[in-house]
Write a protein that binds this ligand. Structure first.
Ligand code: AKG
Ligand code: FE2
Length: 257
């Protein structure tokens, strides 16, 4: 495992993007998947093209997080000690992530090109579980020209575009996220590009010329044929929500002290 984020930089991308294979062990991956699947059903928000959990809770309409700690299983070992050792959130306002979105994609599912927007400090750290998937990055400018700029809020379903329109877009860059890997995007990479996952059952055209983190992959064995068939992939996206509201001691309202 790299001990210095700089060694993990995806040098072919604008600043900043980092990729670390084998960020968690197989055992840690299984424990996380077990935790996610054993969450009570109401925890899931079902969208047409994927389902998601929001921890500790969805943001309010004004993009505010009601202060509440993340559950221990989302903290250890990912935030403590690994993010801390790498200083991933060292410059973020709360010096640590306070919000995690968990997205699950079955084969054929994806997420339309979008930007994560101003609710968060411009830094996302994504841990991938279960299977590999290709993340597509799109120039924002060309999207604007087409009048199709996307933006999502996690608490409501995003408008789902026509599949035809989606497949016409050409990504500027493609990142292959292996299971158990970490992808960090921040700065310009967060602010100036859209990201999305195509609704496919096979990710193809994989190679050194087409995948910007090819040289950083942990194990290319499954990819030499230039394609792989999708299997359910789950992502944990760690972020720092800028606006946090402290909720008063509810005991006060109940007449307690
Ligand atoms: O699953 C992923 O890697 C991306 C998820 C995403 O873009 C989001 O939740 O905003
Ligand atoms: Fe996103």
């Amino acid at each position: 495992m790299v001990s210095d984020l700089e060694a993990a930089r995806i040098t072919s991308l604008p600043e900043d993007a980092f990729y670390i294979p084998n960020f968690i062990s197989e055992e840690e991956e299984q424990i996380l998947l077990q935790r996610i699947s054993s969450a009570p059903l109401p925890r899931w928000t079902h969208l047409t093209h994927r389902r998601l959990q929001t921890w500790p809770s969805a943001l309010t309409k004004t993009n505010t997080l009601l202060s509440s700690p993340l559950p221990p299983w989302l903290i250890t070992p990912i935030i403590e000690p690994r993010f801390e050792q790498l200083g991933i959130f060292a410059d973020a306002p709360h010096s640590a992530p306070n919000h995690v979105l968990i997205n699950e994609y079955r084969p054929g599912q994806g997420i339309m090109p979008h930007e994560d927007g101003p609710a968060y400090y411009p830094l996302v750290a994504t841990v991938s579980l279960g299977a590999a998937i290709v993340l597509d990055l799109y120039d924002k400018e060309s999207e604007k020209e087409e009048g199709e700029e996307g933006s999502i809020r996690e608490e409501k379903a995003e408008p789902e575009p026509e599949p035809e329109a989606d497949s016409l877009r050409i990504p500027r860059f493609r990142v292959l996220q292996e299971r158990r890997s970490l992808l960090v995007t921040r700065g310009k990479m967060y602010s100036d590009f859209l990201h999305g996952i195509a609704e496919r059952v096979v990710d193809g055209d994989l190679g050194a010329e087409t995948i910007c983190n090819w040289g950083l992959l942990g194990d290319k064995d499954g990819f030499w044929g230039g394609s792989y068939e999708r299997v359910t992939r789950t992502s944990l996206t760690y972020r720092d929500v800028l606006k946090v509201a402290k909720v008063g001691n509810t005991l006060k309202f109940l007449g307690g002290r």
